[in-house]
Design a protein around this ligand. Structure first.
Ligand SMILES: O=P(O)(O)OC[C@H]1O[C@H](O)[C@H](O)[C@@H](O)[C@@H]1O
Length: 332
């Protein structure tokens, strides 16, 4: 199905930078808060997505009804060096505090650029709205993480409104040195009410509990529900995870490739209050489920490339048999 041509609404907000060409007529570059540039992808019907060059960060993914499926804090700070609170921050080359770098690495607070000539990456011909971004280390970055890398990110909006992010990371070290990193797509989902949400696909999985000094436990057999703060890294999680929002009657299906782990995070009330860029009650309307590679760092030799992919779709819960049958959700 042909997607509509870009509407004038976004271009009215600010004029596209003449320096950056976008490969798709369904993508345009506009200015957001603090003059930060963002790419707006327009898919079929009203579906759209927004990606800031700052952080290479998706901050919005809207469905046919123009409803945002990602959580973005009303207190998000759009000013470097703070990472934007919400959407899909990219954690690279370090997830969390698993290393000596700043929390979640530096990719989320660097300026990415549009990559007009990415190496070939197969694209479903039905996808019209996409953008390729690239991040390379600056001289300053090389001082804190002395590795020459190329990080290419493609964000695409599928014909049925699915959002996909494909990361390609290449080791360009000239001197034969390998490098290792941990990684996450720190995805903030928008939910009606956290107490109405359950996550399926992580039952019986082993996890590291960040609230208990990263100790390892095994999850019980039932779907996961939320009654207090949670910060867990599920290990070797399945490639599909479902987030079922009973009140909205909506199920998010998270499909991950190349990313064995899945982090589940909700700060709950106390931590919410302690965060400057997060509303006190906003923990009720968000849940992070983050495809990741945390337990075992990824190692690349010079010339090697790694690929990690995330596909998000949102379906009416009734679509999954009306019974919210987890097997039907997960096996599609
Ligand atoms: O506040 P940030 O640095 O963005 O981190 C927010 C959260 O991210 C992840 O989900 C971690 O597992 C949490 O421990 C952390 O609190």
């Amino acid at each position: 199905m042909a997607a509509p041509a870009p509407s004038g609404a976004a271009s009215a907000a600010a004029s596209p930078s003449p320096l950056m060409q976008l490969p798709s007529p369904f993508a345009e570059l506009v200015k957001g808060p603090s003059g930060l540039e963002k790419v707006v992808l327009r898919g079929a019907r009203n579906c759209c997505a927004e990606i800031y060059l700052y952080g290479g960060q998706v901050t919005s993914w809207k469905n046919d009804n123009g409803e945002d499926l990602l959580f973005l804090s009303s207190k998000a700070i759009f000013k470097p060096p703070k990472a934007i609170r919400g959407g899909i921050p990219i954690c690279f080359p370090q997830f969390g505090s698993h290393g000596n770098l700043e929390q979640h690495g530096f990719a989320r607070n660097r300026f990415w650029t549009i990559d007009n000539n990415p190496p070939p990456l197969p694209l479903n011909p039905a996808i019209k709205a996409f953008v390729d971004l690239i991040l390379k280390p600056s001289e300053e970055d090389l001082k804190i993480w002395p590795h020459s890398f190329e990080f290419r990110l493609r964000v695409a909006l599928g014909p049925s409104g699915d959002l996909s992010l494909t990361s390609r990371i290449r080791n360009n070290n000239p001197d034969g040195r390998p490098f290792s990193y941990t990684f996450a797509y720190h995805t903030y989902f928008s939910v009606s009410d956290i107490s109405e949400v359950r996550v399926e696909g992580l039952e019986t999985m082993d996890y590291l509990d960040n609230l208990k000094a990263k100790e390892r436990f095994t999850e019980q057999g039932d779907a996961i529900v939320f009654e207090s703060e949670v910060d867990k890294v599920y290990l070797a999680a399945p490639s599909k995870i479902a987030i079922i929002d009973h009140e909205k009657k909506r199920t998010f299906v998270v499909t991950k490739e190349g990313l064995p782990d899945a982090v589940v995070w909700n700060p709950w009330d106390k931590k919410a209050k302690a965060m400057q860029d997060f509303g006190d009650a906003e923990y009720k309307s968000m849940l992070c489920v983050e495809p990741a590679s945390v337990e075992r760092p990824i190692t690349l030799k010079p010339g090697e490339e790694w690929k990690g992919r995330l596909v998000l779709s949102a379906v009416p819960s009734s679509y999954c048999s009306g019974q919210l049958d987890p097997l039907k959700v997960l096996q599609g």
